[in-house]
Ligand binder design. Sequence first.
Ligand code: ADP
Ligand code: MG
Length: 327
Amino acid sequence: MTPAPKAPIALPTYAVEIQGLTKTYKGSKKSAPKQALKGIDLNIPRGQIFGLLGPNGAGKSTLINILAGLVLKTSGEARIWGYEVADQPMQSRSAIGVVPQELNLDAFFTPRELLELQAGLYGVPKRERITDQLLAAVGLTDKANAYARTLSGGMRRRLMVAKAMVHTPPVLVLDEPTAGVDVELRRALWDYVRQLNKNGTTVLLTTHYLEEAEELCDSIAIINHGELVAHDTTQNLLRRIDNKKVVLTIDRDLTEVPANLRPHGWELTNPRQLTLAYQPSKIVIGQMVMAVQVNGFAITDISTEETDLEDIFLQLTRRNPAVSSVA
Ligand code: ADP
Ligand code: MG
């Protein structure tokens, strides 16, 4: 009897599944034990670009390194493409490519050699290697045979991304990919990440550049002190903060806020400018503006300020409210 063929694994709903994940680094003579992750639950849908945000020391790299098989978890479960990292290390590792936070490239190899070596480590047969394709994708074709030590920081970073992709994993993880990368190269790297994502790669990136998360990510999780403080779509997260500001310019100088406007919280930000911070869900801004006009002066300009992720981030990490989750 021939053995039944291995059933092909159906595409998982979640590229990464994390349940009750904890990590405590053992202390030493000099330092106390450190609980870096305090029970994280997080599912990352297949096909997304997912942002893991948090201040320094929040536990982002710990989480990523557990997924990469570089750090052993203390308890809980972590699955990549359905494979548990501790129980199925071979399978889970082959499903993930990781670009670590530190640039650690052997200076005496060329990009081509490094990619070939890495492919060898992952057991990719010679004829299935995509070295040239990867070099082209990260814009290093003309540096293919230069020593890595002669490459700029941005080039090294891109080479690290290529290195993480030699075995074409379905999940690519980037730990602070654009830290120390100049703006232009950052754009190029984002474009490449978007392109990989369009071709089906699920991307998980950590960053503390909120702009990066806002621009790239479909969903965002925020962690602080080893705990999840928010997890939502980028859009919802932006919408969640019920805070806006409206600035009115008027046609004459004021010395104080008119009495009828004071109860609402209008402030005089300069003699011709009235500013109101308000909650869109509680206040009809049209009525507020009408209340200004009642005083008999004309509004010559009006502008509103939206909250951005920076504000959300500050609010969430300060107040640590209940987690809202889309999963
Ligand atoms: P992030 O990447 O968000 O900056 P890390 O995961 O690197 O955070 O660190 C989380 C916490 O765990 C920090 O307090 C850090 O000092 C601690 N930590 C990280 N790695 C180790 C380690 N190897 N040994 C002891 N403590 C560690
Ligand atoms: Mg880190």
